[in-house]
Design a protein around this ligand. Structure first.
Ligand code: ASP
Length: 325
């Protein structure tokens, strides 16, 4: 049997971290070091590994991810794996998916336990991610996230726990597959993979995320006007509701920049047509906000930032968000 070729890009994260007692763990292990810890890897794929840099997930940038996306685009492998810190996997996998055109999937993985921890989860996650990336059934699925024997679609997966190995969940609908008995098993056939929404040369613009809180004031929302942000995501309450005292600032903002309505409640889409009080989703949409659909506030920020960076008009931004409603 001919094994698939899978290219692995190691960017850092807990999976690469080891450290001295008392000083805390930090990125140390290269891609080669990681691969050497995975028994059985040679039986599932021909692996080519690159370590462009080692960083914690929290410090990754759009420019670095666009470079990885460009390397992936130029790379004829049957599958691609990105290994990185779990702190940003829900965001980076979504961003890489927006830039990805090819049939070969991009599988993002990491680990919740450091490389020298008891029962470190890194090696098993790497084997599952690499095997999945090279598997024919993973083709045409865009960006996936594989950890803890679960296969998630980048669009829906969120980091839901700070420390447990089952930190990643697809809160709207569940995982799309599992890694069981040494092979990936998908629950449904691959959807028609959508073409990339953006080129990997896109430079996302600055977009602020402002959270609504009980008895909060509008100072932060108002301040975004003077801080040079090109767009704002409001992380509203419930189904998509803002305190009435935010509305004057919101109207002023809407005259200058696009404002997207997301919610601080993780599951479900923001509503569009149920509540009718000042600050309700019907009121906010009438004022001009763009509903984020199923996207979390941080994913909505990425979509708006990329749209603005690509020079999308207001109507194009609305149409792009409508794909996620
Ligand atoms: N702080 C780590 C990071 O994102 C967490 C992890 O990888 O699990 O780099």
């Amino acid at each position: 049997m001919t094994l698939p070729t899978v290219h692995v890009y190691v960017l850092g994260g807990t999976i690469t971290m080891a450290g001295g007692a008392g000083t805390g763990i930090a990125p140390k292990l290269s891609g080669e070091d990681l691969m050497a810890q995975v028994p059985g890897l040679r039986d599932v794929a021909n692996v080519v590994v690159k370590t462009p840099f080692l960083k914690p997930g929290a410090s990754l940038t759009f420019a670095e991810l666009s470079n990885v996306a460009a390397m992936i685009q130029d790379d004829p492998a049957q599958g691609h794996v990105v290994v990185q810190g779990t702190d940003t996997i829900d965001e980076t996998a979504f961003f890489l998916g927006l830039l990805h055109n090819a049939q070969a999937p991009v599988v993002v993985t990491g680990a919740m336990r450091g490389a020298s921890a008891l029962s470190a989860d890194g090696p098993a996650n790497l084997l599952a991610a690499i095997h999945t990336a090279g598997h024919p059934e993973a083709a045409n699925r865009g960006a996936l996230v594989v950890l803890n024997d679960e296969i998630h679609q980048a669009l829906y997966v969120e980091k839901m726990h700070k420390g447990l190995v089952q930190a990643f969940q697809s809160i709207n609908g569940g995982a799309v597959g599992y890694y069981l008995e040494g092979r990936p098993r998908f629950l449904h056939p691959a959807p028609q993979h959508r073409a990339a929404l953006f080129s990997n040369r896109v430079a996302p613009e600055r977009v602020a995320v402002v959270k609504a809180v009980l008895d909060g004031d509008d100072a932060l929302l108002r301040a975004t006007l003077d801080l040079g942000y090109h767009g704002v995501v409001v992380e509203a309450m419930g189904a998509g509701h803002l305190p009435a005292q935010y509305l004057d600032a919101l109207d002023a903002l809407l005259e200058r920049v696009p404002v997207v309505l997301a919610s601080r409640v993780p599951a479900g889409p923001v509503f569009q047509n149920t509540y009718g009080f000042p600050g309700s989703e019907i009121d906010l949409i009438r004022r001009g906000v763009i509903p984020a659909g199923w996207l979390s506030p941080h994913k909505a920020r990425i979509l708006l930032a990329a749209g603005l960076g690509a020079g999308q008009s207001m109507q194009e931004i609305r149409d792009t968000f409508a794909r996620f409603a």
